[in-house]
Design a protein around this ligand. Sequence first.
Ligand code: HEC
Length: 270
Amino acid sequence: MSNPQETPNTSSSRLDSGEHHDVTELHAAVLREKPDPVEGFEPVNLWVVAGIAGLLFWGGAYLTQYSGRFEAMEFSELPHGKPAPVAAVAADPLAAVKRDGMIAYNAVCALCHGEDGAGKAGVAPVLAGSDWVNADGPNRLLRIVRHGLKGTVKVNKDVTWNPANDASIVMGSQWDAIGGTNEKLAAVLTYIRSSWGNTGAAVTPQMVADGLAAVKDRSAEANWTQEELLQVPAGGAGAPVAAVTPDQLKAQLQALPAEQRQAIIKELSK
Ligand code: HEC
């Protein structure tokens, strides 16, 4: 039974004892209102949130597409920046060899001769336009890199290097530095003979093997002099193609890496 002291709770009045206001109604009114925004914490428009999310997504997609694997050289304008595109390899069967040669040249020879082959005063003579580099064949050139060079050198009609025959100006053997193989030497020589306006024909590992066979007993410390080199015919191993027999040509082709050989064969069978 209900306590007779209690104010009866009729349906028209929801007031509890001692209450003068209907709290349920008051609370409902308060709950309907959003809290006053605090400065600096105002809710952000959903469209802005969606817009930022969209931008982030687009940014991620853009980076995935165009980041160039985050390799700095990817965006370099220098020729060694990008790996030669496949089309270029097919167009120039020697592109891979030249690239190989360029890497060795830049790592070893460029310290003295410069990446542009322009030489450095008091350090090393010019290779761009050099008679030694552009010679008919690589016989003298390969000896210079194999055993080094000392003394006065007439580089071209305008440049006589080390005219005072200074014994302290020497190029030592670069054979070990470039990797010590016929392939590497051929690649370096092919690169310098086809760069910076030079016009020498490519040098094959077979030419290097033939050219070095004659001097296999010479020590790496025995630097050549100009006088000695001028006794060696520049051509010979680098003789014109007409003097190569079909068998020799076949052997030279077989000495090339498979993909290069195939590129040449494809080129010829067009
Ligand atoms: C330590 C410095 C140095 C390095 C490294 C060097 N050379 Fe030389 N090079 C010289 C000097 C010095 C001479 C001239 C030597 C003399 O006075 O007879 C020379 C001469 C030459 C010549 C003949 C002269 C000319 O200008 O054509 C050629 C070719 C040559 N170097 C190619 C190379 C190649 C290729 C490499 C890398 C495999 C190389 N050199 C690395 C210092 C260097």
